[in-house]
Design a protein around this ligand. Structure first.
Ligand SMILES: [Zn+2]
Length: 273
């Protein structure tokens, strides 16, 4: 009995302090572009499942607020390429402009997380030259390889390549704030170091951001693999992990390029909490 009481007393303060320490966590969707015109999506499914599909896809970035610490997830296109038919996107407002509306300056951003090395996810990283860059190890290797691999664009990462800012790479998952509230998830296949993001919001519940594991709803449902992915088998294994996690956590899934999923989070400047 005495021993049980001792255990209870030992545990009680821990439980209380754990509750007190739960971070004030929020997730804000930021606009990172829209298709100039609907994209033909045939190449996004190597089994022909998207052959007749066209969609005005969007670009999405996110601000994660963990108490006073801030992280950006994905950085959209370079504003200088807005309207360029090769890129296929229009950008109405930069990340910096949107953050200013929230009272956030680039110097306030501690982490810039990038799901993978494609141009439509790395284009505004250089607006945060003091932030720690979080990126999959194999994608960072592709960016810094001479010549760069897989259309990776080193010009988007001048501060980190010059060693003026910190880069943290990882092969598996990355627990960003050390309390499991925000976890970058290993989801290779689109690129070798591709990652998705889990944000465990206190009221909304867990949210899973796909990165480019899937680009639109139909491909998420059918597990369509783009012809230009770096590894087909890895992509399917990542679909398996992502969907099982979504089910086990009861998570809200947001496909970052899917126009219909913009409404799954509050409209900027409101944040999900
Ligand atoms: Zn993309």
């Amino acid at each position: 009995m005495k021993r049980l009481l001792a255990i209870a007393l030992a545990c009680a303060p821990m439980a209380a302090s754990a509750a007190e320490q739960a971070p004030d966590l929020s997730l804000t969707r930021l606009d990172c572009g829209r298709a100039i015109e609907p994209w033909p999506l045939g190449a996004f499914d190597d089994t022909g499942g998207a052959a007749d599909l066209k969609k005005a896809i969007v670009g999405s970035c996110y601000l994660v607020r963990h108490d006073e610490r801030l992280m950006i997830w994905d950085t959209g296109i370079d504003p200088a390429t807005s309207g360029d038919p090769d890129g296929g996107f229009l950008l109405d407002r930069t990340l910096v402009e949107q953050l200013a509306q929230l009272g956030v300056t680039p110097a306030d951003i501690e982490f810039v997380g990038v799901s993978h090395y494609h141009y439509d996810h790395t284009g505004q990283a250089k607006a945060f030259p003091q932030a720690t860059l979080l990126i999959g190890e194999e994608d960072w290797q592709a960016i810094t390889h001479d010549p760069p691999l897989g259309n990776a664009n080193p010009a988007d990462f001048p501060a980190w390549i010059a060693g003026k800012a910190k880069v943290e790479t990882f092969a598996g998952d990355k627990d960003v704030f050390g309390d499991r509230s925000v976890v970058i998830l290993d989801m290779p296949g689109h690129t070798p170091g591709h990652h998705a993001l889990l944000v465990r919001l206190p009221r909304t519940g867990p949210v899973l951001l796909t990165g480019d594991l899937a680009h639109f709803t139909e491909n998420y449902e059918r597990e369509g693999v783009p012809t230009f992915n770096t590894d087909r088998a890895d992509t399917l294994a990542s679909f398996d992990r992502f969907k099982k996690m979504a089910q086990n956590l009861g998570a809200k899934v947001v496909i970052q390029h899917e126009p219909a999923d913009v409404a799954r989070l509050p409209t900027f400047p409101e944040a999900a909490r």
